[in-house]
Design a protein around this ligand. Structure first.
Ligand code: 5GP
Length: 181
């Protein structure tokens, strides 16, 4: 598949495989929270597509909210700095919260988010990540409770994930190779 300019895309996870796995994740969550209510917190913008598919596979009472943090800026290298850009609309006190992330990479973003959210006294706090790059983890104590796919250490785009705001619309998750700079 061809990307923009000299950027090259190679399919890593096909749309059909993603849809099947997201269905399984939704069923697992429905089983784990049977008879309870869950509150999904989507981390903008990357997780928006995953969250919109996941929430429709959940069969228990569910509500949602969004948060936004800055991590990557416009490049493909993490800055290691995390800043809260948009906070939640409502309190999470006493709720069964699941943070929905597109990808767990170094763990710095989720580590920060979990610290912030834990202070707000949810009844429980779990993580659902579509993708996990375990090789890249810096914060070793950050683990996802629900993981879609473990992937190798490559920069991926599609299904919500961007490179400089592009490629979020791809149905497959693809590895992006950049021209040598
Ligand atoms: P972490 O803080 O775990 O290093 O990074 C989490 C965030 O970095 C993700 O939410 C995502 O925005 C970004 N990120 C990490 N790896 C990739 C990748 O391979 N592709 C894209 N597009 N974003 C990534």
């Amino acid at each position: 598949m061809h990307g923009h300019g000299q950027e090259h895309l190679k399919v890593l996870l096909r749309s059909s495989a993603i849809q099947k796995r997201v269905r399984e994740m939704g069923h697992q969550i429905s089983k784990d929270y049977k008879g309870q209510r869950v509150h999904l917190i989507g981390v903008l913008k990357g997780a928006a597509i995953f969250l919109s598919d996941l929430i429709r596979q959940i069969r228990v009472d569910v509500s949602l909210d969004f948060m936004s943090v800055s991590s990557y800026g416009h490049g493909s290298q993490t800055s290691g700095q995390v800043r809260l850009m948009k906070d939640l609309d409502t309190s999470i006190e006493g709720l069964n919260v699941i943070v929905v992330e597109d990808i767990l990479d170094t763990g710095l973003t989720l580590g920060y988010l979990l610290r912030v959210l834990q202070q707000r006294k949810p009844n429980s706090l779990k993580i659902a990540a579509l993708l996990d790059k375990p090789e890249r983890r810096i914060k070793k104590d950050v683990k996802a409770d629900y993981v879609g796919f473990q992937i190798p250490n490559e920069f991926v785009v599609g299904y919500g994930l961007d490179y400089a705001e592009r490629y979020r619309n791809l149905k497959d998750v693809c590895v992006l190779s950049l021209p040598p700079s």
